[in-house]
Design a binder for this molecule. Structure first.
Ligand SMILES: [Zn+2]
Length: 455
């Protein structure tokens, strides 16, 4: 009894010892945080930042690290809105914020979890996080977007890893605090990462999903012939095509991007069927290993024309460039989805301390159906609307899009993969308000694919 009582006293004493600093720190931090942050000698921030782990590219080169108490981003605007920022005055955003639990270091543990973490690893420094990004491709993707607003993304098909995701406009992280007032109100939204968080009408790039879904559901066959008169009754208005395509079979319809054909397939699938296929391709859930990614927004049932419009990627559905690259990669794998990822591992002095489980392959649609869509995507680049995405000596498969939107000129899209016969990389290029996808987005995709294949 005496021993038990003594143990209890000691335990209580330890608890009080532990609670006292917690209570004090909470009071200090929570109640006085505003005043503290405003002080130029805010040592808490400096101290914590110096213990922060780095963000590394797939080769282990730093993309974000702390130098003399300041967070620096060696690639500057090339990784601007993706990495975000971490400053004493403005707080954290982007991957710097989302990966904080892995990279944060503790000078003084402030919660039992932090105390435990400090005890078990015996080091005050935070871990490093290795991203899937390839520095060279990331830089090229950024350069290709010069003068544009939009995003360019490269996905590694065998692993589902994001090799590059560039977004313009961007900001210079070294000048963030000085430029803050301007950046904050800039209508072109330079603080938003567009490749994984930007949601856009997919326009005709969505026809690859409509085609796959309609084939898999038995709503059409590859030898069905459609008659395009250049317009059709969509229910409550006349839907116009970009040309009078005459008699076209299903493959030819994708090659020439016939609106009448795919609006008809949209009507056959109905809103519920299209939505089910968006879900089937994994678009309605954000991938867990791409922090901050935005899930697609499916079309809402309503006017009679919604299914027809959605079949050609219009109506009110919205998809990110990452989402469309994921659809391409699934088709390229013969109908198998791998959840995309941006985080490779957590390391400490080069040793892996955590690695996510390998992605689980998931069959989305029969291989034969994926094959039909793939052959049409190949011809769309070989002799159709995607010609400018061609790469010398390599067969490219892809689809253009010219997406109407309420914000001005159409958005230009290209999504695709290469080599067509043994796919390695998928790309998505989106240029806001830039007009035709075949004319403007496809040439950038060609350059990106070429570089990605020769890396
Ligand atoms: Zn047509």
């Amino acid at each position: 009894m005496a021993i038990k009582a003594r143990v209890r006293v000691v335990a209580l004493f330890l608890l009080v010892l532990f609670l006292a600093p917690v209570v004090n720190l909470t009071r200090f931090q929570v109640l006085r945080s505003e005043a503290l942050l405003a002080r130029p000698d805010n040592t808490r921030t400096l101290e914590d930042l110096s213990l922060r782990g780095s963000l590394l590219d797939r080769a282990g080169q730093p993309l974000a690290q702390t130098r003399q108490g300041r967070r620096v981003h060696p690639l500057g605007p090339v990784t601007g809105p993706l990495l975000g920022y971490l400053t004493g005055r403005l707080g954290a955003a982007g991957l710097e914020a989302s990966l904080e639990a892995r990279t944060v270091g503790y000078a003084i543990p402030r919660t039992p979890m932090q105390a435990w973490s400090l005890l078990t690893r015996g080091d005050r420094h935070g871990d490093d996080v290795v991203l899937t990004l390839d520095r060279g491709l990331q830089t090229l993707a950024w350069e290709l977007l010069e003068g544009a607003r939009g995003a360019a993304l490269v996905l590694d098909i065998p692993s589902g890893e994001i090799l590059a995701v560039a977004s313009r406009p961007s900001f210079d992280p070294a000048r963030l605090e000085a430029d803050w007032e301007r950046l904050r109100v800039d209508p072109s939204a330079p603080l938003i990462e567009r490749g994984t968080q930007g949601l856009y009408p997919p326009g005709s790039t969505f026809k690859i999903l409509t085609m796959a879904g309609a084939l898999a559901d038995g709503r059409t066959r590859s030898d069905e012939v459609f008659v395009c008169t250049g317009s059709m009754d969509a229910g409550n208005f006349i839907l116009h095509d970009n040309a009078v395509h005459g008699r076209v079979d299903l493959k030819e319809a994708l090659v020439v991007s016939c609106n009448v054909t795919f609006a008809t397939l949209g009507q056959r699938l109905e809103v519920s069927g299209l939505r089910r296929w968006m879900d089937g391709f994994g678009l309605l859930e954000a991938p867990a290993l791409v922090p901050n990614a935005a899930e697609a927004q499916p079309m809402q049932p309503g006017a009679p024309s919604v299914a027809a419009e959605a079949g050609i990627g219009q109506a009110d559905l919205l998809v990110s460039p990452l989402g469309m690259a994921r659809v391409c990669a699934t088709l390229a794998r013969g109908g198998i989805d791998l959840e995309p990822r941006l985080v490779r591992a957590q390391t400490r002095r080069g040793q892996v301390t955590w690695r996510p489980a390998a992605p689980r392959p998931r069959r989305v649609l029969p291989e034969a159906v994926a094959g039909e869509v793939r052959r049409a995507m190949e011809e769309a680049v070989a002799r159709g609307t995607g010609g400018r995405a061609a790469v010398p000596g390599v067969a490219v498969a892809g689809k253009t899009g010219t997406a109407e939107n309420p914000h001005g000129e159409p958005h230009a899209w290209f999504v695709g993969y290469a080599p067509a016969e043994a796919p390695k990389v998928a790309v998505a290029v989106l240029l806001e308000n830039s007009g035709g996808g075949g004319l403007h987005a496809a040439p950038l995709a060609s350059r990106l694919l070429q570089a990605a294949l020769s890396r």
